[in-house]
Design a protein around this ligand. Structure first.
Ligand code: HEM
Length: 384
């Protein structure tokens, strides 16, 4: 992935963040007709009378939509999608390797085109000029090919898997929660219609779909795309609770020590979400009960490294505000816990980690079905 916003810390990360943030904000009011075409291709890949594994298709969809955001053109990977399940393990592995190479050359070519256009070596088509394209804005800031390529690859990675997993879980839970599905269909029908005569939704239409909003919010609660995360202390500090036999004492964290946290477990806390915390129930987000959930709900993280693509991913639904920055208190942690970023290296970044999100009952067994090890919301503290 090279050196980009995701892999950097400290001053380099700050520079990347300042470089990329405006490009995300400028996309806010676009309606992305081309992405709707990608969705149409995806629907075209679904057989009417047979079972299908949707996840590979969602990965292609989000790959296409993110390349469109970045370069103003999609990779059209959906148009060549083979029906999942027919691919052997070998072909999968081969496709994976080839995919990396193709992605790199696609990104390189797109970067070169943007540079040529910026230097006046290539005439842009009329449509291209009007459209806001991430890379064109980025080349106004830097002409360094490696920087442009690495940043674009970082954003591609950040946007693709997270959004594809969110879509997959949304489909999965809705096949079971048929009552939710029928409410969802009624809402969509009342705003854009259903079936072949349905209108293509605009961003404004999406904002009016308040039930869809809370369905996705609930999906990201039970199945956060980034279920486990960690930070390293940039200075000696304490966590308010989690220590001692009853978990009520504070915990010393020395400079350089890594603290992992399990968003998956945090999102299932009964003291925040009630006795039915494990249940998929979008209605819990109606009313004010969870209005001040703050760092108890962290699908996009919080603080200075909050997800930059949130608006692009979910159309800036009004209730996805995330933890308010005023709730952010002590700033003692950096993003990275890799050992090579620990003391003595470049890890000087500070993440503002709010204290209230660490529960008094920090020692819970992680409810993830595939988790064999006992880990906690605060599941490890290790010497860097
Ligand atoms: C449902 C979809 C998404 C979810 C749940 C999600 C979640 C997250 C999370 C949890 C982080 C913090 C990672 C960390 O620092 O440990 C993050 C960062 C980031 N996300 Fe997203 N993301 C989503 C979609 C996107 C999309 C579509 C894009 C871009 C097109 C994007 C771009 C980024 C970038 C650039 C960062 C790094 C920010 C930084 O380090 O300053 N994300 N995302």
């Amino acid at each position: 992935m090279g050196s980009g916003i995701f892999t950097q810390d400290g001053a380099a990360w700050k520079h990347s963040r300042d470089l990329l943030r405006p490009q995300f904000a400028s996309n806010r009011y676009q309606n992305f007709e081309e992405i709707k075409n990608c969705v149409k291709s995806l629907i075209g890949q679904i057989p009417k009378d047979d079972a299908i594994d949707l996840q590979p298709l969602f990965f292609r969809l989000t790959f296409d939509s993110t390349t469109f955001l970045l370069f103003g053109e999609t990779t059209s990977s959906l148009q060549s999608a083979e029906i999942a399940g027919q691919e052997s393990e070998f072909v999968d592995a081969f496709n994976l390797g080839q995919g990396y190479l193709t992605t790199h050359s696609f990104v390189d070519a797109a970067v070169q085109r943007a540079l040529d256009a910026a230097d006046g070596k290539k005439e842009q088509a009329a449509g291209e000029k009007q459209r806001y394209v991430f890379i064109d804005a980025l080349v106004q800031q830097t002409r360094e090919k490696k920087v442009l390529r690495d940043q674009c690859l970082n954003v591609l990675l950040a946007g693709r898997d997270t959004t594809a997993c969110c879509l997959t879980w949304t489909m999965q839970v809705n096949t079971v929660a048929t009552d939710v599905l029928s409410t969802l269909r009624s809402e969509i029908q009342s705003i854009i219609g259903l079936g072949p005569n349905a209108a293509r939704p605009t961003r404004e239409d999406l904002k009016r779909m308040t039930y869809l909003n809370i369905v996705i919010k609930e999906v990201l609660r039970l199945y956060p795309s980034v279920p486990v995360n960690s930070r390293a202390a940039v200075r000696r500090t304490t966590l308010p609770v989690g220590g001692g036999p009853d978990g009520q004492s504070s915990v010393l964290v020395r400079k350089g020590e890594a603290v992992g946290y399990c968003v998956y477990a945090m999102h299932r806390r009964k003291d925040i979400y009630g006795p039915d915390a494990y249940k998929f129930r979008p209605e819990r987000w109606e009313g004010d009960a969870l209005r001040d959930v703050g760092y108890g709900y962290l699908p996009f993280n919080g603080g200075p490294r909050v997800c930059l693509g949130q608006d692009f991913a979910i159309s800036n639904f009004p209730t996805f505000q995330g933890p308010a920055s005023s709730a952010v208190r002590k700033s003692s942690f950096s993003r990275c816990c890799h050992n090579d970023h620990l003391p003595g290296s470049t890890c000087t970044d500070t993440l503002k980690l709010a204290k209230p999100f660490i529960s008094a009952s920090a020692l819970q067994t992680c409810p993830h079905p595939r988790s064999s090890r006992r880990h906690d919301e605060l599941f490890f503290l290790e010497r860097g």
